[in-house]
Structures are given as C-alpha cells and as structure tokens.
Design a binder for this molecule. Structure first.
Ligand SMILES: NC(=O)c1ccc[n+]([C@@H]2O[C@H](COP(=O)([O-])OP(=O)(O)OC[C@H]3O[C@@H](n4cnc5c(N)ncnc54)[C@H](O)[C@@H]3O)[C@@H](O)[C@H]2O)c1
Length: 289
C-alpha cells in the first residue's frame, strides 16, 4: 500500500525555516515531545521550532525511545541556532513524575519561560461504552497533565513576573467533528476552560496563557489512529485522502502549522495576546460554523 504523501513535510519545513532568535535565551518545557510513529508529531515539531529560534527545550514523554529520537532530531536540526534539547521519560499524568521532570529541567537549563501542554491521546469511544476507569485515564492524560505542570511552574513564573503557557486543544473542543470520541470532545473543551482560568488569573502578573486548536492534521497520531481503528479495512491511505477532502484547502495541515502558531504565542510578538483560542484548521470550522 502506497503511503500518503503529506501536503508538506514538517522536517523539510523545519530545516528550511529561517530563525531570528525569537526565543533566544528562553527555556521551554514541552509535554509529549515524542511522536507515536515515524515523522513529526506536534510536540516534536513545536520543540524543534522553539530550538531553532534559540530556546533550550526540556521535553517529557511516556515513551523513552520516542523522547530520545525526538531529542536527537531536534538537536540535529537546531545545531547552529543556539538552542538545545534534553528529555526525560515521565508520565505527564503523575504528579511526582511531573515535579521531578520540572526539577530536572531547572537543574539543566534554569527557570522555565514557556510551558507547552501538548500531551494528548485520542481513542474512539461512545458514552455508553466507555468504562469509568478509561474515562478517568483519558482525562488524566489530556487535562490533569496540564493542571499538574501549571501548578508546579506558575509560581516561579509569577515570582519572575513573566511567562507564557500554550495549551494544545483541538477543534474538537468547539465542534462535533463526526467522529465518536466523547472523551476527546470533553477533554479538549476542558483545556479551553483551563486556559481561560490561567489567562485571567495571571494576566495582572505578566503571564499569558493561550490555546491552539489544530484541525485535521497529518501527524503520526492520525496514521496510528486510523490504522488501529480501521485496520480491517486496510486502506489507511484512502481514509487519509477522505480526511483531506473534507478540508476547504483540500489537504490536511501538518505539525509545522501547529508549531508556528505555538511559536507566535510563546514569543514577545504576542505580548498582548492572552486567553486566545487560535484555530489552525485551514478553515474547516468555518465550513461547519
Ligand atoms: N494530529 C492531529 O490531527 C491533532 C489535531 C488536533 C489536536 N491534536 C493534539 O496535538 C497533541 C499532540 O498530538 P500528536 O499528533 O503530536 O500526537 P502523538 O501521539 O504523535 O504524540 C504524543 C506523544 O505523547 C506521548 N504520551 C502519551 N501519553 C503520555 C503521558 N501520559 N505522559 C507523557 N507522554 C505521553 C506519546 O508517547 C507520544 O510520543 C495532542 O494533544 C493532540 O490531541 C492533534
């Protein structure tokens, strides 16, 4: 089966990106820095773009191998840009592991300027079919993880009077996309509420918090999800084409599109932007408005 050619290859886009030191000297903490399969997931691309713009990026991932691979790719692509990368295996839904990773980040790079809550899982589930433990598990990974990092990072940002939080939500936070994944709708909506609360409580303290809402993106997560959900049909390539056809531009977005939005929100250019919900979806939510 031929593989779908992505509309844009994030690796090529990241390599040809022209950095201008927009995050020089900054330290960023990114959850879910690995990629569920070969290629560029959102966390990996965000971290790589931040490093290309001069940031020192500390990433965590449940999967040590995925984290190491991401770190190696990020270091290679940003070698000449003054950035750096370090990673640690940690479960973003466990407070002790999150606290240990944040301490390791401070030890390695210093105080954190930018927090990116990227970790998120998606699984097909219907409200009457999902059991309560699984409901709790998805909420722990998709939402509690962001509460935990914020809880352990915001006090130091407040003490310094500066910081930026970028939360990765989804258009599933604001639309029913037709796919039966009730925990995804519920957790991604919760990320918007969390973002709003941080933005308004911390606006007087020099800390900004914003959400990015990606649409139908072509990332390893999508390939893996389609492969497992529709394995029996055996036509992941065709399903990806059908997904692309729904998009007004006729193609899915990619992890570089998400990364550039996250770069803007982390940078000083967004100094008056907080509480925003930045939709990166090629117009699809307007189609179904
Ligand atoms: N791909 C899309 O189309 C799309 C669209 C909208 C939103 N998003 C969001 O973007 C984010 C990243 O998506 P992606 O496509 O890059 O996913 P991905 O699955 O490729 O990468 C996520 C990484 O998170 C890690 N991870 C999973 N559970 C973890 C845990 N408990 N602790 C630490 N790490 C853990 C995985 O090992 C993986 O390396 C998610 O929040 C997702 O919901 C993706």
């Amino acid at each position: 089966m031929a593989e779908t050619t992505p509309p844009h290859d994030p690796g090529t886009l990241l390599a040809s990106h022209r950095p201008s030191g927009r995050l020089a000297g900054r330290v960023a903490f990114v959850t879910g820095i690995g990629s569920i399969g070969p290629g560029w997931g959102n966390g990996k691309a965000i971290a790589a773009l931040y490093a290309r713009e001069g940031a020192k990026v500390f990433g965590i991932d449940l999967n040590q191998k995925a984290a190491d691979e991401a770190c190696e790719a990020i270091r290679a692509i940003s070698a000449a840009d003054g950035g750096d990368c370090a990673v640690m295996a940690a479960d973003a839904s466990q407070e002790d592991q999150v606290a240990a990773a944040i301490a390791a980040c401070r030890e390695r790079f210093g105080e954190i300027d930018v927090l990116v809550n990227n970790v998120g899982i998606v699984k097909l589930d219907r409200i009457t079919e999902i059991d309560a433990d699984e409901w709790d598990r998805v909420f722990a990974i998709n939402v509690k993880s962001a509460y935990l990092t914020a809880k352990h990072i915001l006090p130091a940002m407040e003490a310094r009077g500066r910081g930026a939080v970028v939360n990765i939500a989804s258009i599933a936070a604001i639309r029913y996309t037709g796919v039966p994944y009730v925990t995804y709708y519920a957790t991604k909506s919760a990320m918007l509420g969390l973002t709003r609360a941080i933005a308004l409580e911390y606006a007087p303290k020099g800390i900004r918090a914003n959400a990015v809402l990606p649409g139908l993106m072509d990332t390893p997560m999508v390939t893996a999800g389609l492969t497992s959900a529709y394995a029996r049909q055996g036509d992941v390539d065709g399903l990806k084409q059908a997904r692309a056809a729904q998009c007004p531009m006729g193609q899915m977005g990619d992890a570089y599109d998400v990364a550039t939005a996250c770069l803007y929100l982390a940078s000083d250019e967004a100094k008056y932007v907080t509480g925003a919900e930045l939709v990166v979806d090629g117009g699809i939510t307007q189609k179904y408005a």
